[in-house]
Design a protein around this ligand. Structure first.
Ligand code: UTP
Length: 303
């Protein structure tokens, strides 16, 4: 079934990015010149998504503001014949239909997703965490991660969550899946039928080294399950608990996507993403390489 809608939770506190997140939402922090939020919307649109539902908080009006028309600026750029800049200004608003729902208190990722229940309705949808930035695998024909997941979901028939193989030393930082590989020749051993999920396990207790990345294709039944999910330790409703309830009656698959994930939720992760994207973009590659060389030279001088 076609995935038409994406839910992007963006109402969190962004504590790992304090102090800047006191006034700038993490989701608007830039990779080069566009907010990270815009990259994940582009990835969704490439996969056929037509409507994006952003979950924001009352303190994050700047997110809504980013997507509204900026008429005065647009008029001035049009009058000056600055078409390239005008295209940049209107890009975000033209990518997809964007709507907003408010999560009044940051009560967890599961709770944020639940806020989009009415906007999604009775159809499968994709949840995208905007601080998991994924760059496309090299090669002109490799689709983005969500597009790959949509294809997998059509083939295996069920929900799909993105995973990556992580080093065992860092497993305790992530959600980890347990399951059985699916024999699907087209996916080259990348699909696992999920039988369990563990949040942040100790290395010895981890059922695998497949860690969850912020892309989930889910059936609408997840909403009812989240409504019945009790808040966990910090009073938060966790998406993982909803997923554990989901696998009792629904097929859910983990898919090891082709692509590279960056952690845009931390300062150094966003710096890495910025460098990687700058090296990948025709108009910034040379400057990025020059910066790298400059730093390499100055560190070897001081060594
Ligand atoms: P994170 O845990 O990465 O974001 O949630 P956070 O809570 O904002 O950041 P830290 O951990 O304090 O540094 C993943 C995504 O889910 C959203 C966040 O905005 C982020 O985009 N989220 C999280 C919500 O929308 N509501 C919540 O209650 C929690």
């Amino acid at each position: 079934m076609k995935i038409r809608k994406a839910v992007i939770p963006a109402a969190g506190l962004g504590t790992r990015f304090l102090p800047v997140t006191m006034s700038v939402p993490k989701e608007l922090l830039p990779i080069i010149d566009r907010p990270q939020l815009q990259y994940v919307i582009a990835e969704a649109v490439e996969a056929g998504v037509e409507e994006v539902i952003i979950v924001t908080s009352p303190e994050k009006e700047s997110i809504t503001d980013y997507f509204r028309p900026h008429l005065e600026l647009e008029q001035r750029l049009a009058d000056n014949g600055e078409q390239a800049l005008l295209d940049r200004v209107t890009e975000a608003g033209n990518m997809a239909r964007v709507s907003f729902v408010v999560q009044h208190e940051a009560l967890g990722l599961g709770h944020a997703v639940l806020m989009a229940k009415d906007a999604v309705g009775d159809e499968p949808f994709v949840v995208i965490l905007p601080d998991d930035i994924i760059s496309q695998a090299p090669g002109a024909h490799t689709p983005g991660a969500i597009a790959q997941m949509v294809q997998v979901s059509e083939r295996v028939g069920g929900g799909v969550i993105a995973v990556e193989e992580s080093p065992w030393e860092v497993i305790h930082n992530y959600g980890v899946v347990a399951g059985t590989p699916v024999s699907d020749p087209a996916s080259h051993g990348r699909i696992v039928k999920i039988e369990g999920l563990v949040e942040k396990p100790a290395r010895e207790q981890a059922p695998s080294n497949l860690t969850i990345v912020g892309r989930y294709i889910l059936p609408p039944e997840i909403f009812g399950l989240l409504e019945r999910t009790e808040p966990g330790a910090k009073g938060e409703i966790q998406l993982t608990d909803g997923l554990l309830a989901l696998i009792q009656d629904h097929d859910l698959f983990a898919y090891r996507f082709d692509g590279k994930r960056f952690d845009g939720g931390t300062p150094m992760g966003l710096l890495r993403a910025s460098l990687a994207f700058a090296l990948d973009r025709d108009d910034t590659r040379e400057d990025a390489l020059a910066i790298l060389r400059e730093f390499q030279d100055s560190t070897s001088e001081t060594a």
